[in-house]
Ligand binder design. Structure first.
Ligand code: SAM
Length: 245
């Protein structure tokens, strides 16, 4: 996958994109990451990327001309892909969207700043994405979050495809994890996990995932494909007939 990031702070990406999974993806040639300094697309001597808002008011607005030039330069029309604008007004980023974006051959991120971008830049944007209902200073952190969530889904990036298969939001929350020692500070690892009985372990994990999801994110259960027995169990937990701890 090729990822292009248009930003006024390319240096912000140096460390997050040079470590861990993103680094591995780049080293393996799965990710071709290109950073574009928006100021390189200015034609004025001072490389100014912002201007005062028409109509007055607080703050500055990102100028359309450099943004337009940068997006045209970054987007490779021969690749199936999308131009993404990071904005708190966009559709909420989810694991489902991460999976959709992971199917693209190119993603171009435009990182906003100040009050945001001139409205006409949106004509070149395929998707507006928000990482949550809060306002950040700029679009760099959202772009990093999205790139991280997408790139780890690309084939060949994670050590084992199994770790993706059971992850949270698939659509349940994941079951609890334990490692050695078997007892720690008076807390014991559940016996079933020490039993070596694979079917029972799988059943326990599924049951825990259901309980966790019901307690923490009941909204996710509505989208989950459950067996009749599982629906029954969840219903009994829900009505208190059976206790979900
Ligand atoms: N004035 C804008 C508004 O009220 O919608 C907020 C602008 S914010 C200070 C500057 C930039 O940070 C935005 O253009 C966007 O690129 C980025 N940003 C801030 N919060 C974000 C969020 N929750 N998700 C995605 N991008 C965000």
């Amino acid at each position: 996958m090729r990822v292009d990031v248009i930003t006024i702070f390319p240096a912000m990406f140096a460390s997050p994109f040079a470590e861990s999974i993103i680094r591995r993806a780049r080293d393996r040639g799965v990710l071709d990451l290109r950073l574009h300094d928006l100021r390189d697309y200015c034609t004025d001597r001072h490389r100014v990327v912002d201007d005062y808002p028409y109509g007055g008011g607080a703050g500055m607005v990102m100028r359309p001309e450099p943004a337009w030039r940068a997006i045209h330069a970054a987007r490779d029309g021969a690749r199936r892909g999308a131009v993404l604008l990071t904005t708190p007004q966009g559709e909420r980023f989810t694991q489902k969207m991460a999976r959709e974006l992971a199917a693209c051959e190119q993603l171009v991120f435009f990182c906003g700043h100040y009050e945001g971008v001139d409205e006409r830049v949106r004509a070149l944007v395929d998707r507006e994405v928000s990482i949550g209902d809060y306002v950040l200073t700029g679009g760099e952190l959202p772009a990093m979050v999205i790139v991280d969530a997408v790139v780890r889904l690309l084939p060949g990036v994670l050590g084992s495809a199994d770790s993706l298969a059971e992850e949270s939001f698939g659509p349940l929350l994941e079951y609890p994890h334990f490692t050695r020692p078997a007892e720690f500070e008076g807390m014991a690892v559940p016996d079933v996990l020490l039993s070596g009985h694979h079917r029972k372990i799988a059943e326990w994990r599924r049951c825990q995932a259901l309980r966790r999801t019901l307690r923490r994110r009941p909204d996710l259960l509505a989208q989950a494909e459950l067996t009749a027995a599982e629906r029954d169990l969840v219903e009994r937990w829900r009505t208190g007939a059976d206790e979900a701890d």
